[in-house]
Ligand binder design. Structure first.
Ligand SMILES: [Mg+2]
Length: 361
């Protein structure tokens, strides 16, 4: 089974944080303030999707499409708490408790054995969907198939609150995939889709009926892979991803108005603020960093990232701030207006695991 939360961030805002927003067009992203806002929409409720708003769209455009949309800036910790809850429910139903998280709001579980306690796989999916609804108050959709690749495609065909079973008969799987656009396959991104389209390949049925040599001009070394996936073949075992390990913590801020070089103090203050938030998060999660990265976007959208590392781990807020400000002052082009500033810490380790910087003083 592939389980995918429906409009996850927006649903968390509607069903958990702000019940008054249920049924309303909700966008997660910074308030565009009458269309003058900056930044992009991170998630969109189904009510807002009806206006043509989709995630990744600039908030100003979303506002123009639906001036009545409600913009919620959203707190990431709320989403990760909700994610943890739903992953735990999945673990109860998964064979061996194995959950393969694909992202914060979707996961695969193997139910080959578990499903035998039910009349049908759909009954089991209904129970999982109901448990998630009851315990987290959130909607999800479930795809059921003999393998991960087909299950994921299945989930996407009925949302929200969908349950879609495909197979196990191989011919049913072939028929199900045949009319799908090539980008329905997980792993076929915009670039690959475009290349296939340029070779006249739009739907999976075409790939099913081609040989590997025929696919070669469009797909090269990926020919055999895409042929298998188009035919619904995926023999990857479903392994869980082990304990959740964070690789980095980052935070960006897009300014309402580009910051002029003479107002650089504003950026310094923003960096300090971001460092404080990151330091808090590090403490809460008992993590320490070795690397600090500054992300800087100028008014012309050119973006740079510059990192610096120290030899030992720390969670010291002042050191983080000092490093971040230092990188910024060294690397910025002094005559350019600044649109966005971001700070990231990485090379993370758990506080207890390694000698900390304080051990050296
Ligand atoms: Mg989702």
């Amino acid at each position: 089974m592939h389980v995918d939360m429906d409009a996850f961030f927006a649903s968390v805002e509607q069903y958990r944080n702000h019940p008054e927003l249920i049924g309303q067009p909700v966008c997660v992203g910074h308030d565009p303030k009458k269309g003058n806002g900056r930044g992009v929409v991170r998630a969109v409720s189904y009510e807002a999707r009806a206006f043509g708003i989709h995630s990744g769209m600039p908030v100003s455009r979303a506002y123009r499409l639906c001036p009545d949309a409600i913009f919620v800036s959203g707190e990431f910790s709320n989403y990760s708490i909700a994610s943890g809850e739903f992953m735990e429910i999945l673990a109860r139903y998964a064979d061996g408790g194995r959950v393969r998280r694909a992202s914060i709001d979707e996961a695969y579980i193997d139910v080959t054995f578990g499903v035998q306690d039910y009349e049908s796989p759909v009954d089991m999916a209904r129970e999982i969907q109901a448990a998630i609804r009851q315990e987290t108050n959130l909607p999800c959709s479930i795809g059921i198939a003999p393998n991960m690749s087909v299950a994921k495609v299945a989930t996407g065909t009925q949302k929200p609150n969908g349950i879609t079973l495909v197979g196990p008969d191989p011919q049913d799987i072939i028929n199900f995939l045949a009319p799908m656009k090539v980008q329905a396959l997980n792993g076929v991104g915009a670039k690959t889709a475009e290349r296939l389209n340029n070779h006249g390949i739009d739907v999976l049925e075409q790939i099913q009926n081609m040989t590997i040599p025929e696919l070669w001009p469009a797909m090269g070394r990926g020919s055999s892979w895409i042929h298998k996936r188009a035919c619904g073949i995926d023999d990857r075992p479903l392994l869980d991803n082990g304990p959740r390990i964070r690789k980095s913590i980052s935070k960006d801020r897009t300014f309402m108005v580009d910051i002029k070089p003479e107002a650089i103090e504003t950026v310094h203050e923003t960096i300090s603020g971001i460092c404080e938030r990151i330091a808090e998060k590090l403490k809460n999660k008992s993590l320490q960093f070795r690397t600090v990265t500054i992300k800087l976007r100028y008014s012309d959208y050119t973006t740079i990232q510059r990192s610096r590392s120290i030899p030992v781990c720390t969670d010291d807020r002042n050191l983080l701030e000092k490093m971040a400000l230092n990188i910024f002052d060294h690397e910025r082009k002094k005559d350019k207006h600044i649109r966005l500033i971001g700070v990231k810490v990485s090379s993370l380790t758990e506080s207890s695991q390694q000698a900390s910087i304080t051990d050296y003083f």
